[in-house]
Design a protein around this ligand. Sequence first.
Ligand code: GLY
Length: 611
Amino acid sequence: MRALLGLIFSVLLLAPPSWAQNVGALPPFIQQQANVPILHEGARIQPVYSQHGMVVSADKYASQVGQNILMQGGNAVDAAVAVAFTMAVTMPRAGNLGGGGFMLVYDAKNKTTRAIDYREKAPLAASANMYLDENGEVDENLARFSYKSAGVPGTVKGMELAFRLYGSLDWQALLDPAIHYASNGVRVSQSLAESLQKKAAHLWKSPAARKVFFKQDHFYSAGDTLYQKDLAKTLVTLAKEGADAFYKGDIATRIALDMKKNGGLITMQDLAEYQAVLREPLVGYYRGYKVLSMPPPSSGGVHLIQMLKALEQFPIQQQRWGHGSSDTMHVMAEVMRQAYADRSKYLGDTDFVSVPIKALMSDLYAIRTAKGISMASATPSELVEGGKFLPDESPQTTHFTIVDKWGNVVTNTYTLNFSYGSGHMVAGTGILLNNEMDDFVSKVGVANAYGLIGNEKNAIEPEKRPLSSMTPTLVFDADDQFYMALGSPGGSRIITSVLNVLMNVIDHNMNLAEAITAPRMHHQYMPDKVQVEKGFSLDTLKLLNHKGHTVEEVAPMGAVMAVKRAPKGQKGYVAFADTRRADAFVAVQTQPQDNNPLARKDMDWLSDLFE
Ligand code: GLY
């Protein structure tokens, strides 16, 4: 009997399944395969795919550092902290210890998003007219290239706060890669060499920066090794003593002394009192997607959501419109014009002034804005006395986006303002100083370096944060599942760079790589010009001229680093690092780790941090 049963079993086991007996039939896994491809082979350009974590930044060293942290079992915030410190070394034009920025963190387990504001703030001794000369005119050199142009730096506190909330590896381990690159050197890329040459006149004037960024009396060339020994010492101190070293300890003392010696305003008290702040992200909806972005003191989130809501009133996805049609570009220009006009009128640090955020992001206002747009002709921007545009200033903010294998996401933008900030380096520390104070309004009606104007809402006051355009953004689908994360540098064009890419994905159905590489357009009310990257149809640009727009071709705008979820039902993510940055890189986690989900910390103390 037993033998008979055995025979029956063997026959059953050996018998081919029914689909295999039918020549031409397909096995279930082929019949049931999802028919939504992740990569859509056939597109002109493809994003990078990963089943697990990804790090997208403007710097290859930094992306690889983040990747290593993920491979060690770190989460997205661990990787972000390591990436931010590394970029202060490997991409010193924008990565920083002496600047500030904004981070959004999506905690996949708890389905919550927090915004960390580590924007610089005005020193206690700052005052509204501090950059005006004896004739009442703005002294641009003072506002942009002096020690007085520095706000109290926020980056170190910002990273510490992110780490305290979410970090899972050792603090020291997150600083080790930066220490390694500062002391053992980084290979100078062509892009780094060129950026140093471009800013040479400013960097040469700072004795500490001259020592680091020049080879005696020569420029660094691609292939050279750049060592930053003082910065390495500073990072070692931070690794051992934590952020307090920067705000109260030895590093603070050095910053305060250097400030005093060189006419700067930042004191020990300013540093000791600096706090990174947890804020509620702004939320808006665009064609069924939920968009979360940065509240003031960044103007990014308000205006991104404001613009999206007004654009939603138009059938942009329809074929007759589409990417790059004159109708689409016209309404984008008109909506951007309105948003930047509102920026100049209403926006400032909400800890100091009231800002009509809800009204600007309301349905009613979106409908009113859309109704006010004539499809036939451009609405001329009002002339603003003193408004001017200085496109040669290099906005070298930088953005990185990270997702880990648990689905946690960090989207972070930080900056020194200009490339290498003011060009001044604090003696003995390797820390470059920001010139973020120029993001305040020094005089009503006079534009800052990005041509942005404003009023008393963004006037300088002690401890106030200058208005920013940084727009780290998260998007969720109608089921509240993570959809994409992105952000960009680009000064005043940050908000519109993010807008262009979001529309390319949501309205024009482009894959992430196409969406990021497609030519972008921008309008900021003043100057009254539609600024376009090379690549739009000349016929379209002529049609815009006929509607009354002045169209100007400008240098590439922004550098979007983004991650997007694979199509529903598929595992993993796609990412793309904007090719507008030569060293941009997507690093992919190839092995999952299971032991470090986000939010390991005791969160009881957290409620005190909310405003
Ligand atoms: N410094 C540029 C910005 O914050 O918008």
